[in-house]
Design a protein around this ligand. Structure first.
Ligand code: SAH
Length: 487
């Protein structure tokens, strides 16, 4: 059966797609329906029809799903950041577990029995909201030209006013409102994307959940010359009446660093590359603690990180601790091993593992992240972690065969597109005892696991960790064991 635009259909939702849309079938014809959740029976209107599938608009929920819940954020439909807030948390977890399982079976070609045997239950959050330690709010003018902050309405650049995203820290609201009040009082114009005029573009807020330290960074469209005329000075006044801003922000509990980031480009990129601290410290610190993987209770032992506005840092620190503690367990270190941590970012996993290994080598393509990794190693007194800047695939083949760089364990944590083919091939040539694969995309994970298993490895354990409640994203850690020598 094929349907056409404006057809009205009734369908039961069976699954959720990658973009968070509900998926249902009518006589083998697939419908993608935004805002419908698994278990709903809905009436929908076909908007865009193809031969085997269509995008349809939700017209009415005829029978609501048992797992439907009142979403905590009233903007969730407009925002699109949280696609599955209307599903209760246990149902979100079940959906993510199934998504990983199905990818391993369908894309990875692993038998269902194997997948069932190796998969452990997904690790959920105790609190599925307020988990993000980082927020980036766009600032712009409303119709009257007053500054407002919020988020871009799904796929557009129209700002929907909301200073309290339920995923972020409680303090964000007060910080944003203080900044907006200062802007109004001192007549600081918000940046207008359409004209390129105005000053304040974005507000970045970061909070160290372990330390309580808060960092605020205002991204401004500032031209050096004009700014200095506006009242510069050695310590750089970037904004008119800047002291008023500082007075408002320093009152906020935990405030540790206030900075300005310059971005005068007419682009979608949020941050510029120059940052100036205007109050407090340049960096905030935070600790990532090791946890017992039995019950994920804290061990009291962790790694300290110093974070600047431009640093990459995991956004859900509690779940990150759980994920990395699993990585540590899967790596099974005794203290004698040489470990490679590929796609290492600021060395979070490398440093987590270093204390339990003989030597760790981290590889990361972003030079600044490697500088951060080295600094973090030094701050923690870790001297057995070395970092290389470059692509994992290049560095690994360059170092392959060099004395002392052989791997007992290789950890990979690639971006969504997964590992490069050459990287996988070199990993197989290095034949480490164990490979720990951390992934944020079950599809590319399954594809790469197939290559590794065909190359002499056995999938021992798979465990998903929910880092992003309310959204469709899921992280997975996998443990692979060498079964044969491949050369
Ligand atoms: N393991 C880190 C970061 C993981 S995110 C952590 O947990 O914090 C993936 C990282 O891979 C990013 O830092 C990205 O810059 C890096 N990256 C992307 N492509 C790469 C490549 N080909 N080689 C090495 N690193 C790469």
């Amino acid at each position: 059966m094929e349907y056409k635009k404006n057809d009205i259909l009734t369908v039961e939702i069976e699954d959720i797609g990658n973009g968070g849309e509900g998926i249902g079938k009518v006589e083998g014809y697939t419908l993608f329906i935004k805002d419908a959740v698994i278990g709903d029976t809905v009436r929908c209107k076909v908007m865009k029809a193809k031969k085997n599938y269509a995008y349809a608009r939700l017209e009415e929920i005829i029978v609501p799903s048992d797992v439907r819940t009142e979403p905590p954020c009233r903007y969730h439909r407009q925002c699109g950041g949280c696609q599955i807030q209307a599903m209760n948390y246990p149902a979100q977890l079940a959906f993510k577990q199934k998504k990983v399982k199905n990818s391993l079976i369908r894309i990875g070609g692993f038998p269902e029995e194997t997948v069932e045997r190796v998969m452990e239950p997904i690790v959920g959050m105790e609190n599925a909201y307020r988990y993000r330690n980082k927020a980036q709010y766009p600032v712009g003018p409303d119709k009257e030209g007053n500054p407002v902050a919020g988020f871009y309405a799904g796929r557009t650049h129209d700002i929907v006013v909301n200073t309290d995203c339920v995923l972020g820290a409680e303090e964000n609201k007060e910080i944003l409102e203080s900044i907006l009040a200062y802007m109004k009082r001192c007549h600081i114009p918000a940046y207008d994307e359409k004209t390129g005029d105005g000053l304040v573009r974005h507000v970045l807020i970061r909070k160290g959940f372990a330390s309580g330290e808060i960092m605020v960074c205002l991204v401004i469209n500032y031209d050096g010359k004009k700014g200095r005329k506006a009242g510069g000075g050695k310590n750089g006044s970037f904004l008119p009446s800047q002291e008023e801003l500082i007075k408002a922000l320093e009152k906020i509990h935990g405030m540790t660093s206030v900075s300005i980031c310059i971005n005068t480009d007419r682009t979608n990129v949020i941050m510029g590359d120059k940052v100036y601290t205007i109050w407090g410290k340049d960096k905030i610190c935070d600790t990532i603690y090791r946890r017992n993987t039995m019950d994920f209770s804290l061990t009291g032992d962790g790694i300290v990180f110093y974070i600047s506005p431009l640093s990459f840092y995991q956004v859900n620190p509690v779940q990150t601790e759980k994920l990395y503690s699993l990585v540590l367990e899967y790596a099974g270190l005794s203290g004698k091993e040489t470990v490679w941590d590929l796609y290492c970012g600021i060395g979070t996993i490398s440093l987590f593992l270093a204390e339990k290994a003989k030597q760790v080598y981290g590889v990361e393509v972003v030079a600044q992240a490697v500088l951060d990794a080295k600094e973090n190693a030094a701050c923690n007194g870790i001297d057995n972690a070395e970092f290389f800047v470059g692509k994992a695939e290049d560095i690994l083949s360059e170092k392959y065969g060099e004395k002392g760089t052989g791997a007992d364990v290789i950890v990979v944590d690639p971006p969504r597109k997964g590992c490069d083919k050459e990287c996988l091939a070199t990993m197989l040539k290095m034949h480490p005892e164990k490979i720990v694969y951390v992934s944020c995309d079950p599809a590319t994970l399954a594809r790469d696991l197939r290559v590794l298993c065909d190359g002499g490895y056995e999938l021992k354990k798979v465990r998903a960790v929910d880092q992003f409640g309310g959204t469709v994203h899921v992280e997975v850690a996998c443990c692979l064991q060498r079964t044969s020598r491949v050369n």
